[in-house]
Design a protein around this ligand. Sequence first.
Ligand code: ADP
Ligand code: MG
Length: 693
Amino acid sequence: MAKADIPGLGELRGVGPRIRDSLQQLGIHAVSDLLFHLPFRYEDRTRILPIGSLYPGAQVMVEGTVEHSAILRGRRPTLMVVIADGTGLLSLRFFHFRNAQREQLSRGTRVRCYAEVRGGYKGLEMVHPSYQCIAADSVPAVSDRLTPVYPSSAGLGQHSWIKLTDQALELLRSGKLQLEELLPQDLLLNLQMPSLADAVQFIHRPPLGADVAALLERRHPCQQRLALEELLAHNLSMQQLHRRQRQQEAPMLREAGELESRFLKLLPFTLTAAQQRVIAEIRSDLAHSHPMQRLLQGDVGSGKTVVAALAALRAISNGYQAAIMAPTELLAEQHLRSFRTWLQPLDIEPVWLSGKIKGKARAAALAAIDSGAPVVIGTHALMQEGVSFGRLGLAIVDEQHRFGVHQRLALLDKAGTTTLHAHQLIMTATPIPRTLAMTAYAGLETSVIDELPPGRKPINTVTISNERRSEVIERVAVACAEGRQAYWVCTLIEESDLIQAQAAAEVASELRNSLARVRVGLVHGRLKPAEKLEVMEAFTAGQVDLLVATTVIEVGVDVPNASLMIIENAERLGLAQLHQLRGRVGRGTEQASCVLLADPSAGPLARERLGIMRQTTDGFRIAEKDLELRGPGEVLGTRQTGMLQFRVADLARDQALLDRIPPVAERILAGAPGHAEKLISRWIGSATRFAGV
Ligand code: ADP
Ligand code: MG
């Protein structure tokens, strides 16, 4: 078919210039794009349910007669309508209403309404249901199929979306419009998934007898097929992004001078074989004239920081800057401390920048960064307005799964005046959730530190009932008397920073009272950075024996002499968090222990988690167990996945699809690269930076 025959948006009924503009703002430029504006849910208006059978949370249609209606005068007037159907009463609540509506919904009127049921002050209610008044003599039939609900954007209501998609679907059926199939035929057969055109048709207008439950959960093969395409498109776009970045010019960073050898001589330990291997990998990348795009993985305590420092030195000795960005203030400060200790003997003073640096100090930091200071360490602040690097050669991002792709790229954009692009090293804790491996990290080279520094004795972990808390306090006294240092971690889940801080402060004062000879420090998220730094420095210097902390220390704190950790209410924490926390001890040569104080009446799952913590310190095993116990949905919390916006796919729900993506992506890239481009533009379009760096 000639291109000119393809109907344009303007040819659809109801699309004038205004609507065309709004559609274009949504990335809908052609009728085929309209077909990818998918219903985000469905309403089941095929059945009228008895009011007596409702429960909060249900999305239902009911029908009843108005018993009573009144306007409640309060801060804002509310129209309250009570309907009855012989099985029960239901309130309808409207915060916005017109007078006509009020008159219409008067006693005796029969209404059919649809909404989610909620528990109100006086029994069940619906807030702003969609409704229809029904004349006694002409009761309309219920719908015979699911009603699609479209995201109401571009100022278009449901009705308009239905009209537009109706027309697009008609063009599809008549063959005037075609959707190119971009997935390999044998894959679809193998997975028993429908063709693109069939899937799209079905999702927009599920036919009679469709599997309603599957559709509502978006597990229907038609939806899964689109989810697969979408995930694939994201994977391909990340691969493309990383490939394009690699095609840029970067400074060739070769061995130069003796900074690195001096650094190694001063280092109080020798590198593990794994560290040496990954440094060699990194150095070989840095020597090329294209930007490195490397992911450095290693379990808690595996020694990623020193690898980062060596990479930074390679940039510095070549006259370039290295930037290190971390997701939290505490973690960035920890890097600052390590880098200072290591680099000051080499006469290199890191520049520090966090969001809390203001005024003159900030101006000075910005000037230093701009004029080419060799090492810059900080938080997100490094990506902010006004920061520009004179000669950025290497950007190191310690992301611990907390930065999004965009943030990582934003740092590269700061590379200032040099026409060369910076090399990039991304550090993450293992194991990487599959979702990230499949999306954000797709197409990166990978290095793994799969060995812990020598002499680490496995941490002894015990669970003790919190009824025996005083014995544990005794144990802390003994340990500190022997010159050991300890952490006391207070955990409150889902509470505010403030409440956590108060709780930790209480524990600290309790411990100060019962441990007269122990010097107790306190660190929590509400402290000012300078105060935090002071406490952490005192702890590092051995001037504080016992550090009471909230879970702010979860990430990145490194004090090797600390060899005892008490975690209160350990039964409340997930395995991943417990593992991260426990990783703060066992970093020195001292035999370390971890005491999990727990509620003896904790449930079986909590007990199983504590049991696993006792059995192993292996991050991979713990992560596996975590997945097994919690199910994939929870393991991939929003913190990790919230950065990606999907139209159909759901990273938690569509786990089973994730494993299929990499091999299919490989195949498409090798066999049909044009399809890769088309998939990316179909699903991601030009709206994101992914597509066109
Ligand atoms: P992570 O990989 O969790 O970021 P760190 O880089 O913080 O780990 O290292 C953990 C601790 O191990 C630090 O105290 C670090 O100085 C120390 N360390 C790193 N490499 C070695 C090594 N090869 N031998 C002994 N200690 C090491
Ligand atoms: Mg680290």
